[in-house]
Design a protein around this ligand. Structure first.
Ligand code: TNX
Length: 538
C-alpha cells in the first residue's frame, strides 16, 4: 500500500526566507530543486537522514508517519539480473554490521529491499526512485548504474554504524520517503596519481570504495609519469622493470600492477558502478619510460630514474617512428583489458616539447587511440590539435578563460571540469596543512564548493559540460590516511557539484549536510580534515 503524500497547502509565510534557527529545526524543509518550490512538512525532531544526503537528491518527499526497519529475515530482491551487482554490493556492506543473512532473491515475494526496473523515464540512465514503505524499500532504476546510485542513497539513510565491518546493535531504520533523483552531469570523476607514489591494489580498492559511496562513476588512474611507470606492458617489459622500480623519495620495489592486478581493479570498480579510465601521460611526464628504453630518446641514451617532484623536463622523441610503435603497443595492450570507452593520453605541461612538435605528436597519437576502439580524453592542452568533437578535454587551469577550450566547446566538445584552484584535492586547505601543494592556491572546503561548473569558463556553458573530476596528485602523499585527509571532505564536494542541481547550490544548506557525514566516516575509518568551516555532527 502506498502512503498518501503529505499535504501541500498554499504558501505559508515561513516557506520563504526562514530566519529563526528554532523554526528551522522544527521543520523538515526540502527544496525540490529546479522547480524552486520549497516543500515543508512539520517534524518533531531535528535533522533526519533525509536532510543529510550528499549529494543532494533532486526531489525528496518525506513520509513522516512511516519507518522501515530492516530485520533478520529481510531479503534483497531483484526483478532482473541487471540489478544483481548492486544487490550484491549492498549485501556485502550490510551483512557484517547487521549480522543478517540478506539473501539475494530473484523475483519480488517478501519484505525487505526490492530492486525494480522501469523507473520514471525522467531519471534517465543514472537516476533512480527510492520509496520507503513500512515493509519494503523499493529502488527503481532503468539501468544497473541507476541501482548503484539508489543504493548509495539507501546507505546514507541507514544509521552510520551500518558501515561498520563488525556486528552492531540495531535497530536498522530508514525514514519514510519517496525520492526521485538523477545527476546534473553524466560524468562524476575522481583521479588518483599512482605514479608519484605507488599505492597497492588494496589501497586503490579502499579509495574506490570511498568514491563509490558518493555516486562517482569514473575512476581515472594516472598510471605513468616522470617518477614511475605503473602498469605491466608485455611487449615493453623494461617499462615496469626499470620505470616501475621507484617513486618520489626513492623507495625501491616492484612498484607496478601486473595486467592481472589491473584487470582485477577494473572489475572491482565495475562491481561498484565505476568505469576505470587509464592514463598514460605523453609526450611530457615520460621520464620513467625514457629511463627504461634508450631508443625512446632522441639522442638514443637512457635517462636516469627521477625521484623528485619537478614537472615539464621530459619529452618523448617526436621525430622517431619507434615512439609511435611504443605508443601503439601500449594503447593496444591497455585497451584490450579496459572495458571503458575512454583512454587518457595526458598531454599536460609538455614544456620540453616545441608547439609544432606537440601538434605533430597528437596528430599521430589520436588516430592510434581511435584504431583500438577508444575515445581520447586528455588534459585540455591537447584539444588545440584536433577538431574531433567526440574527444574530451579535461580543463585543469586556474583561470576562468581558455581560448582553445572555449573554441572546442563552440564546436561541440563536452568539457570535463577540474579547475586546479577549486578541485585539485592535493592543494593545501590552508597554510598550516602539512600535506599537499599550494601552486594553484589554498583550497578550503568553501572554496572547493563555491563555483558553478556550468558557468565557470568563459564561452563554456552548461550544455558544454560533461562533468566534474577531482584529481588527487600524490607528490606529497604516501599512505591511505594521507589520501583520505586530502580527499575528505573535498571529494564529496566534487560529487555534489557533479550530481546535484545548480538550483540546490547553497553553502549554508550544504555545510550541515556535509558535516553530517562525519560520524559515518569515523565508522569507516576515514581520517578526514575536520575543517572549521563545516558544522561537524558528533
Ligand atoms: C600539475 S595539472 C600537474 C601534475 C602535478 C600537479 C600537482 C596537470 C595536468 N599536471 O603533474 O602532479 O600539478 O598539483
Amino acid at each position: 500500500m502506498s502512503p498518501s503524500p503529505p499535504p501541500q497547502g498554499p504558501p505559508l509565510p515561513w516557506r520563504i526566507g526562514v530566519k529563526s534557527k528554532r523554526v528551522l529545526t522544527a521543520l523538515t524543509a526540502l527544496v525540490i530543486a529546479g522547480s524552486g518550490v520549497l516543500v515543508t512538512t512539520p517534524s518533531a525532531t531535528a535533522a533526519t537522514p533525509l536532510q543529510e544526503l550528499v549529494p543532494q537528491p533532486v526531489q525528496i518527499q518525506p513520509h513522516t508517519d512511516i519507518t522501515f526497519t530492516l530485520t533478520t529475515d529481510a531479503k534483497i530482491q531483484i526483478a532482473t539480473d541487471s540489478a544483481r551487482k548492486p544487490a550484491e554490493l549492498l549485501a556485502s556492506i550490510l551483512r557484517p554490521s547487521t549480522g543478517f543473512p540478506l539473501t539475494i532473491a530473484d523475483g519480488v515475494t517478501s519484505e525487505g529491499i526490492v530492486l525494480l526496473n522501469n523507473a520514471d523515464p525522467k531519471v534517465g540512465q543514472d537516476g533512480y526512485q527510492l520509496d520507503v514503505t513500512p515493509k519494503q524499500v523499493i529502488i527503481r532504476a532503468n539501468t544497473t548504474a541507476g541501482h548503484f546510485n539508489g543504493i548509495s542513497t539507501l546507505r546514507q539513510l541507514l544509521p552510520p554504524k551500518a558501515e561498520a565491518k563488525t556486528k552492531q546493535a540495531g535497530p536498522w531504520q530508514v525514514p519514510g520517503a519517496s525520492i526521485l533523483d538523477y545527476p546534473r552531469y553524466q560524468h562524476r570523476g575522481a583521479m588518483l596519481d599512482v605514479a608519484r607514489h605507488f599505492f597497492t591494489p588494496d589501497q586503490v580498492k579502499r579509495y574506490i570504495d570511498q568514491i563509490a559511496a558518493f555516486k562517482i562513476n569514473y575512476f581515472h588512474l594516472h598510471l605513468s609519469d616522470d617518477q614511475g611507470w605503473r602498469l605491466e606492458i608485455k611487449s615493453w617489459p623494461e617499462l615496469t622493470k626499470i620505470g616501475g622500480s621507484t617513486e618520489v623519495g626513492g623507495r625501491k620495489g616492484n612498484l607496478y600492477y601486473t595486467q592481472d592486478q589491473y584487470k582485477d581493479l577494473v572489475a572491482y570498480a565495475q562491481t561498484r558502478g565505476i568505469t576505470v579510465i587509464p592514463e598514460f601521460d605523453m609526450p611530457g611526464h615520460t621520464n620513467a619510460a625514457l629511463a627504461s628504453y634508450a631508443e625512446l630518446n632522441c639522442d638514443g641514451k637512457k635517462r636516469p630514474l627521477y625521484t623528485g617532484t619537478d614537472v615539464g623536463f621530459s619529452s618523448l622523441c617526436i621525430s622517431k617512428d619507434i615512439t609511435y610503435k611504443f605508443i601503439e603497443d601500449v594503447v593496444k595492450e591497455v585497451s584490450a583489458i579496459t572495458p571503458g570507452q575512454y583512454f587518457h593520453i595526458g598531454g599536460d605541461e609538455a614544456l620540453s616539447t616545441p608547439d609544432a612538435d606537440f601538434v605533430k605528436f597528437m596528430n599521430r597519437v589520436l588516430p592510434i587511440v581511435k584504431k583500438y576502439g577508444k575515445t581520447t580524453t586528455g588534459w585540455h592542452e591537447f584539444i588545440k590539435t584536433t577538431k574531433d568533437t567526440s574527444l574530451v578535454p579535461q580543463f585543469w587551469g586556474t583561470e576562468t578563460s581558455d581560448a582553445n577550450v572555449a573554441a572546442a566547446a563552440q564546436r561541440g566538445n563536452k568539457i570535463l571540469m577540474s579547475p586546479a584552484n577549486r578541485i585539485y584535492l592535493d592543494m593545501k586547505y590552508n597554510k598550516n596543512t602539512k600535506l599537499g601543494q599550494d601552486w594553484a592556491g589554498l583550497v578550503e572546503v568553501k572554496t572547493a564548493y563555491g563555483w558553478n561548473p556550468g558557468a565557470y569558463l568563459n564561452g563554456v556553458g552548461e550544455n558544454s559540460i560533461r562533468g566534474v573530476e577531482a584529481p588527487l596528485w600524490t607528490e606529497t602523499l604516501k599512505t591511505s590516511a594521507d589520501i583520505e585527509y586530502m580527499a575528505f571532505p573535498r571529494l564529496p564536494v566534487a560529487a555534489e557539484l557533479g550530481w546535484s542541481t545548480a538550483a540546490s547550490h547553497n553553502w549554508d544548506k550544504f555545510a550541515p549536510r556535509l558535516g553530517a557525514q562525519g560520524p559515518r566516516w569515523k565508522v569507516q575509518g576515514i581520517s578526514y580534515y575536520a575543517s572549521t568551516q563545516v558544522p561537524w555532527k558528533k
